[in-house]
Design a protein around this ligand. Structure first.
Ligand SMILES: Cc1cc2nc3c(=O)[nH]c(=O)nc-3n(C[C@H](O)[C@H](O)[C@H](O)COP(=O)(O)O)c2cc1C
Ligand SMILES: Nc1ncnc2c1ncn2[C@@H]1O[C@H](COP(=O)(O)OP(=O)(O)OP(=O)(O)O)[C@@H](O)[C@H]1O
Length: 254
């Protein structure tokens, strides 16, 4: 097997670990939080804080497959991503994570049974010491694995399990609904920060990214104060200032 652990070019302290990890990695004995983590909303942030508290000096990371499973199972669906992989890595680093385990969500991986995922990936490949999830976590082929599967199988392999209750209505789905409705205040509340869009060099929202409704928005561009920008129905941003690689949406105006 090949070690494909890389330092992301956009981050310094974070290790992004792709699929074929050799044994004996820095994750060994570490704490991993399982899920997709699109947007790192306040529910995700709660889990990460708890993981850090539990880990002590051990490394803490998240699993976040790429592409997002919905991109694979519903490729025709309209764009929904809250964050690109690069944005996700930056956010992971700013939340103090040591690693993102980012396996390719390819057919062989998606077909792993819940037990195979636990024994082959969590125990044998990663060698993590503890997994932490929210109460609604599902995993493995056809989403057949639940928190109960983790609780039944992990301890026998020396892996501790913590399941935490879902916190106050925070979900990536709720953030997507807020953004689709143009309700930037609700998105900000759910994320714990204003939503940051990634822009292409031609000033459009990145193609896989969710697109709020056309209209006038109060935005923040690094180096400039808040100002108005217009978003067209096709995700083109029109603003007076030169557009940066990312744009923070503060509010929608009539
Ligand atoms: C090994 C593995 C296999 C998966 N296979 C499927 C699948 O067959 N179908 C599916 O919809 N999602 C699949 N997923 C994605 C999960 O259902 C889910 O999106 C992810 O683990 C986050 O869980 P949550 O959305 O319940 O929080 C798989 C995930 C893992 C880790
Ligand atoms: N509000 C929440 N409180 C606590 N844990 C949460 C919350 N929302 C998600 N989680 C947990 O965070 C991990 C990542 O979840 P996931 O990435 O599927 O987020 P999600 O918000 O449920 O996404 P989606 O709405 O797209 O299903 C999972 O273990 C999940 O159970």
């Amino acid at each position: 097997m090949i070690q494909v652990s890389i330092q992301s070019p956009q981050t310094r302290g974070l290790a992004v670990i792709r699929h074929r990890l050799v044994q004996g990695s820095a994750l060994r004995g570490g704490v991993i939080v399982l899920g997709n983590f699109d947007g790192f909303h306040r529910g995700h942030q709660f889990l990460i804080r708890r993981a850090r508290a539990l880990a002590g000096a051990r490394p803490v990371g998240v699993m976040s497959v790429e592409p997002h499973p919905r991109q694979v199972f519903a490729p025709q669906a309209e764009p929904f991503r809250l964050a690109s992989p690069a944005q996700k890595h930056r956010m992971a680093e700013s939340l103090g994570l040591d690693f993102v385990y980012e396996p390719a969500f390819e057919p062989d991986f998606a077909a792993l049974s819940p037990d195979a995922f636990i024994t082959e990936i969590l125990a044998a490949r990663l060698g993590v010491g503890h997994v932490l999830v929210g109460a609604d976590f599902h995993f493995g082929a056809r989403r057949a694995g639940t928190t109960r599967t983790l609780a039944e199988t992990c301890p026998g392999l020396g892996i501790g399990v913590t399941v935490l209750p879902l916190q106050g209505g925070f979900s990536s789905t709720a953030v997507r609904e807020a953004l689709r409705a143009g309700d930037m205040a609700a998105a900000t509340r759910l994320l714990g920060r204003p939503w940051e869009a990634e822009l292409t060099p031609s000033g459009r929202l990145s193609p896989r990214q969710i697109c709020p409704p056309a209209g006038s928005y109060l935005v923040r561009v690094p180096g400039f104060g808040p100002h108005l920008a217009r978003l067209t129905g096709r995700g083109r941003v029109i603003a007076a200032e030169p557009l940066p690689a990312s744009l923070t949406f503060l509010d929608r105006r009539a």
